[in-house]
Design a protein around this ligand. Sequence first.
Ligand SMILES: C[S@@+](CC[C@H](N)C(=O)[O-])C[C@H]1O[C@@H](n2cnc3c(N)ncnc32)[C@H](O)[C@@H]1O
Length: 250
Amino acid sequence: MTCLSGAFRAPGWENYRMDYRRPFRGLEPVEQEVAVIDRALEALRAAGILSRADYDLEAMLAHREGVRRAFDVPWTAITPRMERLIYAINAIHRPRTMIAAGIFCGFTFICNAGAALGPGKSYDADDLVGVEIDRAEAQRARDNVRRIDPGGTARVVAADAVSFVTEYPDTIDLLYLDADGTGGRGKAVYLDILQAACQKLPRGALVLAHNTVNCADELAEYLHFVRGESAFHRSVNCFVDPEGLEVTLK
Ligand SMILES: C[S@@+](CC[C@H](N)C(=O)[O-])C[C@H]1O[C@@H](n2cnc3c(N)ncnc32)[C@H](O)[C@@H]1O
């Protein structure tokens, strides 16, 4: 079976740049941000990866505001467009189980999990797990998440994501990859995590991989794996900013 792969390029994506130390600073009018992400979602729908391209815009803004109030984010490369794209994909796909690997302070985790908890909640999930190998950052992420999700829908685990997904007892409806660096592997660890998780991804599961534009060289093997002849059906690289997000359908 051959995977159908492609790309979505937002006009001017190269010039949409953030200051990593000012995580919540707006970069463009919100209407423009919504329009760009609508086009990306429509490309994912047209590719057969998403069932719809619409999501609750008010809930997304409530989520964003809640995170801004609750989270301590020392730095991030997640732009407002990327935050919206990840939130919307989760709001549309509605994963019952979601694992985010390499979550640092928890910001990327909450971009995913925020569709099922807190002020931007739009569906009920069973298990949402953020995995971070650095214990101090895992604790920061746990504290951040607890402030927006006191009921505990989401959990943060200090662990190696490869071991965690290997031992995970359930299927995984959405896997988000953002780990960087253990054992000198850099972003190449994405492939280790995906291969360890592969059997647990049911048909229709999504895999989101951050940095597939600016780290495409480091991710060459990973991208070959998801786009080549493999277990995956569709894969689209979303150039919404200079970092990028590959969205893959099993
Ligand atoms: C560069 S950060 C991700 C930051 C995110 N892209 C952002 O902009 O907010 C990558 C994180 O992955 C973690 N990490 C590296 N290898 C890991 C592994 N095998 N399992 C879990 N976390 C890992 C690192 O400790 C680090 O906090």
